[in-house]
Design a protein around this ligand. Structure first.
Ligand code: ATP
Ligand code: MG
Ligand code: FE
Length: 349
């Protein structure tokens, strides 16, 4: 199956063509990502109206490039997958409407994809990972532990009770004057720091569930940011923040792995989402997996942050299962991954 994927839920306009064999081996034929970082940098975060307008300007050219790089005409496609939520609804509507137009014009099935499901399958873009697996999804807007059995078949085990990990990175980085997006900038600065002198709060220690909390850390670190005088102070704080986030992700994942191991034969732990690009976090999680006797996998770096290859792949896997959408599928600002009713209903309405 060959599927065109479109992603416009936040601040990247992306299109990709992915081929999926019947036994689940994915090949990325093209993956074009136009980041809007420059459009939003002056505002210190994503401005929804600017994002939606930029998607309108970019979507056609980005899609054409994806088709050209794949070396295919539209007649070679088996389906069109577009992110239908969750995200900034103005942007989601641009990609989804464009996908509907291509589907109608070329008489192709439309697959409305949950952006989080895209992140959930993204590790399969690197190698043919077998289902099921335990997933830590850490992105700009989400921080969840999920049992993943396949597309349309996931159970959430825990989630953040306040902020997402990426949000914590971004807000603390902003308070430190590092600009937007904050995660990569904070990671770079942390390399020159030693966070040992900062004592940051540890949330939910010893709790027997798989939830997360980052707001206490965010508040404490933002206050400390105001006291930093030298570049070294800032680097030290960045290191302390990164370690604190990594530690919580590790502690909560450890809890989930132990629960999961009691009920499952499979021993695979996967991390995905933008924060999975962080090397300290990757190595912390890999160590937690190893201690619990699990294999560990993260997507190739390029597929951690938002991209359309993950949307094309989720679409192709859905198409294989016969889960196609109605042409009037709605854009959804909120859309929980394990909302079984929505996922079981091919119309997604
Ligand atoms: P969601 O997927 O929840 O809707 P999103 O699509 O905006 O949100 P992603 O694109 O998956 O999120 O990830 C972006 C987030 O990842 C941002 O918060 C960014 O700061 C963070 N991030 C990216 N690279 C790194 C890094 N190297 N270290 C830490 N955080 C990072
Ligand atoms: Mg982004
Ligand atoms: Fe995302």
């Amino acid at each position: 199956l060959t599927v065109l994927g479109l992603e416009t839920s936040c601040d990247e306009t992306a299109a990709s063509v992915v081929r999926l064999t019947p036994d689940g081996v994915a090949t990325v034929l093209s993956s074009i990502v136009h980041s809007q970082i420059d459009d939003h940098a002056a505002y210190g975060g994503v401005v929804p109206e600017i994002a939606a307008r930029s998607h309108v300007e970019m979507i056609e050219g980005v899609t054409r490039r994806a088709m050209d790089e794949a070396g295919l005409g539209y007649e070679a496609l088996d389906g069109v997958a577009a992110t239908a939520g969750p995200g900034l609804v103005g942007g989601v509507m641009v990609g989804l409407s464009f996908g509907k137009a291509v589907a109608l014009a070329r008489d192709l099935p439309l697959i409305a994809v949950n952006h989080l499901e895209g992140h959930a399958v993204s590790a399969r873009l690197g190698e043919p990972v077998a289902y099921p697996f335990l997933l830590l999804l850490v992105s700009g807007g989400h921080c969840q532990l999920l049992e993943v059995r396949g597309v349309g078949d996931m159970t959430r085990l825990g989630t953040t009770i306040d902020d997402a990990a990426g949000e914590a990175f971004d807000k603390i980085a902003k308070a430190m004057g590092l600009g937007y997006p904050g995660g990569p900038a904070l990671e770079k600065l942390a390399a020159a720091g030693d966070g040992a002198r900062f004592d940051l709060p540890r949330a939910l220690l010893g709790r027997k569930d798989c939830d997360f909390s980052f707001s206490g850390l965010k508040t404490a670190a933002s206050r400390l940011a105001a006291t930093c005088e030298t570049d070294q102070d800032k680097a030290d704080l960045a290191d302390a923040v990164q370690k604190a986030i990594a530690r919580q992700l590790g502690e909560r994942s450890d809890r989930a792995l132990k629960d999961y191991a009691e009920n499952h034969q499979h021993r695979l732990f996967v991390v995905a989402g933008g924060v999975a690009a962080n090397k300290t976090i990757r190595s912390t999680l890999e160590e937690v997996a190893r201690r619990n006797g699990f294999d560990f996998l993260a997507p190739p770096m390029a597929y951690c942050t938002d991209n359309a290859a993950m949307i094309a792949l989720a679409g192709a896997e859905r198409l294989q299962k016969g889960l196609v959408s109605d042409i009037d599928a709605a854009a959804r600002p909120r859309w929980p991954l394990d909302e079984h009713k929505a996922l079981a209903d091919p119309a997604h309405k």
